[in-house]
Design a protein around this ligand. Structure first.
Ligand SMILES: NC(=O)c1ccc[n+]([C@@H]2O[C@H](COP(=O)([O-])OP(=O)(O)OC[C@H]3O[C@@H](n4cnc5c(N)ncnc54)[C@H](OP(=O)(O)O)[C@@H]3O)[C@@H](O)[C@H]2O)c1
Length: 174
């Protein structure tokens, strides 16, 4: 198993615009079963971890039952934000202390660091991310939340094209 940061970005490296919108992303054409597609990736995931802004975006934009069958963690100092009935675990603190629990929960499968960028950066800074997969949408945003706000080095492993997106997978240089 691996710990993977799987996300999508604008060409200038933002995962969300200044208004908290992902319209620039969700309006694009992509084949979930195509190269670097979400479907195959998600089937290999055994545990999910995300920051509270990502969680709150999901609650606001995809209301109803929790959409992930995998054990899911939300990093937040505000446990009260968790919607009633959502089977997520709240964690606050150093991601290095959480990571063994994520690995245990994932079993033979991968840990998905969903983001946002700051959460991914914490895992990368702690040397806990093995791979990063980014699908780049054909637009720039000028500003927003950055895809990975930390200095780090990676080795390019694989590239591809899916619909409007150019996609790549990198291995972290330890
Ligand atoms: N383009 C994509 O594919 C993609 C992927 C993921 C997310 N997104 C979008 O990106 C946006 C959010 O990204 P973001 O980087 O701004 O925020 P984020 O990483 O989702 O959330 C950051 C927040 O999580 C909490 N947190 C982070 N680390 C923590 C820790 N170690 N312990 C306790 N709490 C911790 C803090 O808030 P509190 O403690 O105050 O709760 C922090 O402000 C959302 O709009 C989301 O939809 C896009």
């Amino acid at each position: 198993m691996a710990t993977v940061y799987f996300t999508a970005s604008s060409l200038d490296g933002f995962i969300v615009d200044d208004h908290g919108s992902l319209d620039w992303l969700t309006s694009r054409e992509i084949d979930v079963d195509g190269p670097f597609g979400y479907r195959a990736f998600e089937q290999g995931v055994g545990a999910v971890v995300m920051g509270s802004a990502t969680y709150e975006w999901l609650v606001a934009n995809q209301p109803g039952e929790w959409m992930y069958s995998q054990p899911s963690w939300v990093l937040t100092r505000r446990p009260q934000i968790v919607a009633e009935g959502h089977p997520v675990t709240v964690f606050s603190g150093e991601v290095a202390d959480l990571h063994p629990r994520l690995v245990d929960a994932a079993g033979e499968r991968d840990v998905w660091v969903m983001g946002g960028g700051d959460v991914a950066a914490q895992f990368v800074a702690a040397g806990l991310v093995d791979e990063m997969i980014v699908s780049y949408a054909p637009c720039s945003l000028g500003s927003g939340a950055p895809v990975l706000p930390v200095r780090s080095e990676w080795t390019l492993v694989e590239t591809g094209v899916n619909g409007d997106f150019v996609c790549a997978r990198w291995r972290f240089n330890r």
